[in-house]
Write a protein that binds this ligand. Structure first.
Ligand code: HEM
Length: 149
C-alpha cells in the first residue's frame, strides 16, 4: 500500500492542490455572499430566496465535495512514506490550521441554515471580519508546507 502511495505521490499532491483551490474559493466567497445578504436583501423577498439558492449550491456542490477531496488527498500524502516527519514543527502548525479551516467551514454551514430559517443575527461587519479567518489560516498552512520550519 505504501509503495502504491509513493508511486502516485505527484498525482496525489496535484489533486490535493486542485481540491484546496476549489475549497478556498468557496471559503472566501460564501462569507461575502452573507455580507450582501445581510446588508442589501430584505427577508422573504425574491432576492432573499435567490441568495439562499446561491449559498446552498456553493456549499453543497462545491465546498463540501472540495473539503472532502482535500482531506482524502491530504491524508494520502500523510501516509506516503518519507513525506511527513512528525518530529518537525510544520506538520503540527499545518494540522492546527487545517482543523481551524474545517471548523470555519462548519461555522459557515450553520450560518447558512440560520438564513434559511430567517434567523440570522449577525451584522455585515461581523461577516466581513470573519472573512479574514481563512486568509490568516491560509498563510499559516502555505508557510508550513512550503517553508517547512
Ligand atoms: C485537510 C487536511 C489536509 C491534510 C491532511 C494535508 C496534508 C498535506 C501533506 C502531507 C502535504 C505534502 C507535503 C509535501 O509533499 O511535502 C500537503 C501538501 C500541500 N498542502 Fe495540504 N493538507 C490538508 C489540507 C490543506 C489545506 C486546507 C491547504 C491550503 C489551504 C493545503 C495546502 C497544501 C499545499 C499548497 C501543498 C503543496 C506543498 C508543496 O508544494 O510541497 N493543504 N498537504
Amino acid at each position: 500500500m505504501t509503495d502504491l502511495l509513493a508511486s502516485i505521490y505527484p498525482w496525489t499532491k496535484a489533486l490535493h492542490v486542485v481540491s484546496v483551490v476549489a475549497w478556498m474559493a468557496g471559503l472566501f466567497y460564501l462569507p461575502r455572499l452573507f455580507v450582501y445578504h445581510v446588508e442589501a436583501v430584505s427577508g422573504g423577498s425574491e432576492t432573499d430566496s435567490l441568495f439562499q439558492t446561491m449559498e446552498r449550491r456553493l456549499l453543497r456542490a462545491i465546498m463540501n465535495p472540495a473539503m472532502i477531496a482535500t482531506w482524502i488527498f491530504g491524508l494520502m500524502l500523510v501516509f506516503t512514506p518519507g513525506i511527513v516527519d512528525w518530529s518537525e514543527v510544520w506538520p503540527w502548525t499545518k494540522a492546527a490550521a487545517v482543523l481551524g479551516m474545517t471548523w470555519f467551514h462548519h461555522w459557515l454551514g450553520r450560518r447558512r441554515k440560520e438564513f434559511v430559517a430567517g434567523k440570522n443575527t449577525r451584522t455585515g461587519r461581523r461577516y466581513r471580519l470573519m472573512n479574514e479567518v481563512p486568509t490568516l489560516l491560509l498563510l499559516v498552512i502555505v508557510f508550513s508546507v512550503i517553508v517547512k520550519f
